[in-house]
Write a protein that binds this ligand. Structure first.
Ligand SMILES: Nc1ncnc2c1ncn2[C@@H]1O[C@H](COP(=O)(O)OP(=O)(O)OP(=O)(O)O)[C@@H](O)[C@H]1O
Length: 263
């Protein structure tokens, strides 16, 4: 794909479609129902938190969105493109940062990025420009030739985010991206992704079980034991639960407390 094709993509998106639309999705592992009639959407350029404890179904949902598993019941659309029926159109508009670290530690940072560009069919010249831009956005320009293993956990995550955005998707999924980071690195990653939302207009779905990663202005989807208990603007969700803030609202909705901070 050429740089121009990537840039003109917004013009071909079905008008008005959400960055991500999940509609009536149910998923079973054998007899166990991991997702039960899940519906929500992520608006273009919005930061939406998928809030749920371990086992809520967050990873299952990500596996369906990324087509690791086939969606058998319900539909998932990225900018209006159904991931099952038009997977190419849907998935090239999507960037993903997985919970587990996925950089090749023996490759340099720029080699890790080049590899991703090649997988997306981006030619050498465009790839060079995109990598330069991505490194600058991640504040990593001076580290480009260093091996990935020399980076701190927070820096690795920044490179993974840059890599996920290399093919210029307008929708970014992050599955518990701050796992294993200290408090400072955690805050830096959240702030970095929030900046991307504001500056680049990327729609973000941020899966977490940590209440303190949520801002009052965010949208939130509360997922518990495979079901969406409530969703919408954080202030509205809290008010509906009769709570002052999201931590108390989550506890009321689920009957369980969410974690504040792992440190
Ligand atoms: N491959 C699998 N086979 C059977 N059951 C599974 C499988 N993967 C997940 N589950 C079950 O499905 C439910 C949802 O799990 P899932 O991993 O999606 O939750 P999660 O919110 O991502 O939690 P975590 O953060 O711990 O990964 C859980 O009850 C889990 O035990």
């Amino acid at each position: 794909m050429t740089l121009r094709a990537i840039q003109s993509e917004a013009a071909t998106d079905p008008a008005g479609a959400a960055a991500l639309g999940v509609e009536r999705v149910t998923h079973h592992y054998g007899k166990r129902k991991a997702l039960d009639d899940v519906s929500f959407s992520v608006g273009r350029g919005s930061f939406t938190v998928l809030l749920g404890l371990n086992g809520a179904g967050k990873s299952t949902l990500f596996s369906l969105i990324t087509r690791l598993y086939a969606t058998r019941s319900g539909s998932i659309r990225i900018f209006g493109f159904d991931v099952n029926r038009t997977p190419g159109e849907a998935l090239r508009r999507l960037g993903v940062v997985f919970q587990a670290r996925t950089l090749d530690l023996d490759l340099s940072i720029s080699q890790n990025l080049s590899y991703h560009a090649a997988l997306h069919g981006i030619g050498a010249r465009e790839s060079k420009d995109l990598i330069r831009e991505a490194l600058s956005q991640a504040d990593m320009t001076d580290r480009a030739d260093e091996k990935a293993r020399s980076l701190s956990g927070g820096q690795m995550r920044r490179v993974e985010i840059a890599r996920a955005l290399l093919h210029r998707p307008r929708m970014l999924l992050l599955d518990e991206p701050t796992v294993g980071l200290d408090v400072k690195a955690r805050a830096a990653i959240v702030a970095h992704v929030r900046r991307l939302v504001v500056r680049e207009g990327v729609g973000v779905l941020w899966a977490t079980h940590l209440i303190d990663e949520i801002d009052p202005g965010d949208n939130v989807v509360v997922l518990h034991r495979g079901r969406v208990l409530d969703q919408g603007n954080v202030r509205e969700v809290a008010a509906r639960a009769g709570a002052q803030e999201m931590g108390a609202a989550f506890a009321r909705l689920t009957g369980e407390g969410a974690a504040e901070d792992p440190a």
